[in-house]
Design a protein around this ligand. Sequence first.
Ligand code: HH2
Length: 297
Amino acid sequence: MILLAAIKLKFLQLGRFRLDLGRPLVMGIVNVTPDSFSDGGRFDSATAAADHARSLVAEGADIVDIGGESTRPGAQAVALDEERRRVLPVLEKLSGLAVPVSVDTRKPALMREALAAGAAMINDIEALQSPEAMEVAAGTDAGICLMHKRGVPADMQRDPRYDNVVAEVAGFLATRFHAARAAGIAPERIVVDPGFGFGKTLAHNLQLLHCLREIAPDGVAVLAGISRKSMLGQITGRDAGQRVHASIAAALIAVQNGAQILRVHDVAATRDALAVLAAVGRGGLNRAAPQGGAGTA
Ligand code: HH2
């Protein structure tokens, strides 16, 4: 039995990139798909997707996550050749990017090809449960995101049930973390994610957000992907494109509840919100009277 890290990790190691965990990291989403729930069809050429990735980096993304298969509720699986055709040309255009590129895929063959093409992280919504995926991941120095989901995208929102969603998600992520450690993957390469919206009702998602600190093995970095998701539509009544404000609120709550990486569509807005949070944190440490005047502008 491998002991869990007793202290919080200070950095993430994603291939050749070492990312300081002293502040929350922002992962910008680039969907190279015709059918993603909020940006489907907007970046479905390699050039448009690579340009979007670069603009997210300019806005302050620490990682960009390239996906060639929508996993929204009800989505149908995409064939390997098609996903490959969507993702690999984007990776090629992004070689030499200043930040690590993650690839959001559950297909071991594409993981292997993406890593060979320069990806520094694998974001697997199936948490490396395929032995082949685990083998690919263990054979590299890339970062790994292990996400919880119940069911498959085509039917995962059909009446999901848990006795205790927080305990069950935490148990699953601990098991997957141990499996990755046993395969030889170092803890600083591993991130865990409760998988908001993946086989969960609004109540389940809210419990997970509230208890985010409880879902990860000790010291392991937590990624939260809530951006523009339908749980925010259920709360606000707004369509996906109108959920930026709600996404920012959820992102800040996630960070205050222990998330260290935020997977988001709206990088600039998220960065601004995090800057305010960080300033309040610094202000709280310095109990002296605030500097500056009482201007309102
Ligand atoms: N959510 C989506 C896709 N991949 N990966 C992780 N680790 N965590 C998530 O919460 C997550 C994810 C779904 O969001 P999006 O990529 O915006 O939409 P779509 O699946 O429709 O492309």
